[in-house]
Design a binder for this molecule. Structure first.
Ligand SMILES: C[S@@+](CC[C@H](N)C(=O)[O-])C[C@H]1O[C@@H](n2cnc3c(N)ncnc32)[C@H](O)[C@@H]1O
Length: 617
């Protein structure tokens, strides 16, 4: 099938996307069934860290296995089975499988909302009201692996394209990656979902420039952007001019609140324009390329060749090469990546030697593994301490950075006047260039210029990690408490407070954020003089946390989230529930909402929502 796709690709008129100046023929026409969009995605295969490719690796791997977060796709075998089960021809048990609805807030669920908006809710409601399950039955012409020509209608939240297929009054959406509104495309049908079918892009027959022409549009800027666009699973928005990427993310925030907050429209403020990232390329301070172990058949082939070097029949047609990189869009296997233009220069410089190291030792790996490359300042000498805190002049913009590859090694990053240290394998925001605008924004949101509202004197930094918000906002508060479930994060936060001379006004508590509120009172933190920063993982906050938030009743809260959909759910719940509990005396209002572009070129957005307590008596 792949060779068939290749043949097709070779037939694409080159001038459509590739000016002759482009050195190697790049294929912008790739097979791509969206794994992310699959409503039945299964857990990713386990990979291990790849710090030491020695004999110890096997044991370490077994003990220390880490799932690569960038590889949320089924293992190849599972994926094939899943495609079989989910195919349009599925019957009986298979048919039931394909009718599993995606989890709320999952990529599949978000896509479903995009599809409903695209087809029109009136239409989809009418089909659902029939109760005959026809929302699952694609038009018969959309047979698996057949090809159709389409004109793209809209872009989904995750940056894929939706095109309308309409026949005999039936409307259906076709989801195709790497194409943009207005493009005329040829696509190959892969898999049906409710009201939609995922298809691979075979060819862009005619480009529309309405949503293209950015630096990453390699038709226009052959030397810019990324040579892997169209194959790599990341950076869906690359060809889109940056100003339009920001607009796309503003719309994403808007849609998330319309779909998931359950708030009356009047309670959601107008979404403010997305704050741009100062760096739009070379910004990513952490990358985690991965690789597969040598498959058994290739090992056997190699062993047979060693035994019988003269036996020409052993030079089998099938060969295996070690590929180190990222997930392919909608395809099993690893895409070999030599450079990643959204990663910082120091990480790209380190990637070559790391790839070489793995290639030389690949036979020692029993399982696939994940590399870690993390951008860091050099360790200050001497290390700052409580006694001699960080001197901001230690580093300037010209200080050369280093790349750290050991998960346990300390990484150093500067944010404004503060120094942060954390172990390379732990969480820290991945785009340092936007952290001063982000933390300054949070500060101004808590203390709006000219406001006469009561000023909070205490800050509770929930989900604090290594203390980014607590430490950068510290000058504005008398006391700061940080809470995180990770002992490593809390240890780093304590150390960072010490390094920045803040040990006396900060307290760092290890535990679940939802279990900490009770203990805060003992430490002198009451809601009536406090502000809360909430920065949870993608799944958002648990209900006990939100319940306790309302009991604590802080003056202000700033909710920062890399998943605007779960943020909309949580903020919606807080606002609605506060109205019930406040009984007309108090409630929370959602004062402002906006995205921050922590992830340029990708469809991800960091969303910042500001909640204010309003007391009415
Ligand atoms: C998105 S990170 C934010 C970290 C930090 N605010 C920053 O910007 O660097 C989310 C953090 O939540 C922590 N976490 C996850 N579940 C938690 C829970 N139930 N209670 C407290 N912390 C939790 C993780 O350890 C992680 O440090």
């Amino acid at each position: 099938m792949r060779s068939a796709a290749r043949t097709l690709l070779q037939t694409i008129p080159r001038q459509l996307y590739r000016p002759s100046a482009l050195p190697t023929p790049r294929l912008y026409t790739l097979r791509a069934m969206s794994a992310a969009a699959s409503p039945t995605s299964t857990p990713p295969p386990k990979r291990v860290r790849a710090e030491s490719p020695s004999a110890d690796v096997k044991e370490e791997a077994a003990m220390n296995s880490t799932v690569d977060p960038s590889s949320s796709k089924p293992a190849p075998k599972q994926q094939q089975q899943q495609r079989k089960n989910n195919g349009p021809q599925g019957k009986g048990k298979r048919k039931r499988n394909r009718r599993v609805l995606p989890d709320p807030y999952s990529p599949g669920d978000i896509l479903y909302h995009d599809v409903v908006d695209f087809l029109g809710k009136e239409y989809t409601d009418a089909v659902l009201a029939k109760g005959d399950d026809s929302e699952w039955d694609a038009p018969v012409e959309l047979e698996r692996f057949s090809e159709i020509e389409l004109t793209v209608g809209v872009m989904t939240v995750s940056g894929e394209s939706l095109s309308l297929y309409e026949k005999d009054g039936k409307k259906w959406a076709i989801v195709v990656p790497f194409a943009h509104p207005g493009d005329k495309i040829r696509a190959k049908i892969i898999q049906n979902q409710r009201f939609s079918t995922s298809a691979d892009l075979v060819e862009i027959v005619e480009y529309c420039d309405d949503l293209r022409g950015g630096e990453g549009d390699r038709r226009k800027n052959p030397e810019a952007g990324c040579k892997y666009f169209g194959e790599c699973g990341g950076c869906q928005l690359q060809p889109v001019p940056y100003a339009l990427q920001l607009k796309h993310k503003q719309r994403t925030v808007d849609l998330a609140y319309k779909r998931y907050s359950l708030l009356d429209a009047a309670k959601v403020p107008e979404i403010l324009p997305t704050i741009a990232s100062p760096k739009q390329w070379a910004y990513r301070t952490k990358i985690t390329p991965h690789f597969d172990a040598v498959p058994k058949w290739a090992k056997a082939q190699e062993a047979a060749k060693e035994e019988n070097p003269e036996d020409a029949s052993l030079n089998a047609e099938r060969t295996w090469t070690c590929k180190i990189g990222f997930d392919r869009k909608g395809m099993p296997g690893v895409l070999d990546i030599e450079e990643c233009p959204i990663a910082t220069d120091v990480l790209n410089a380190k990637l070559g030697p790391e790839r070489q190291r793995i290639k030389e030792t690949i036979s020692t790996f029993k399982r696939g593994a994940t590399l870690l490359l993390r951008d860091s300042l050099p360790a200050p000498d001497p290390l700052p301490s409580k006694e001699k805190p960080f001197d901001v002049s230690t580093f300037d913009a010209n200080t050369p950075h280093i790349a750290v590859t050991n998960h346990k090694e300390a990484v150093y990053e500067k944010v404004g006047d503060y120094l942060f240290s954390f172990s390379a394998g732990s969480f820290f925001q991945n785009n340092n260039s936007i952290l001063i605008p982000l933390t300054d924004y949070v500060k101004k949101a808590i203390f709006p210029p000219g406001s006469t509202a009561k000023r909070p004197t205490h800050l509770v930094d929930t989900y604090c990690g290594s203390g980014l918000f607590g430490i950068t906002l510290s000058p504005e508060f008398e006391r700061i408490a940080g809470v995180d479930v990770s002992p490593e994060g809390i240890a780093a936060a304590g150390k960072n407070a010490g390094m920045n001379g803040l040990q006396d006004k900060t307290t760092w508590l290890c535990g679940k954020a939802e279990d900490i509120f009770g203990g805060l009172a003992e430490k002198g933190f009451g809601g009536e003089h406090s502000c809360i920063v909430i920065d949870p993982p993608r799944k958002g906050c648990d209900t006990p946390f939100l319940e306790q938030f309302l009991n604590f009743k802080p003056l202000t809260a700033v909710y920062v989230s890399c998943n605007v959909h779960t943020q909309a759910r949580d903020i919606g719940w807080l606002i609605n529930e506060s109205e019930k509990r406040g009984e007309g005396k108090w409630r929370y209002e959602l004062e402002s909402l906006r995205g921050f572009d922590l992830f340029p070129q990708t469809a991800h957005v960091e969303s910042v929502g500001v909640l204010r307590l309003v007391e009415t008596n």
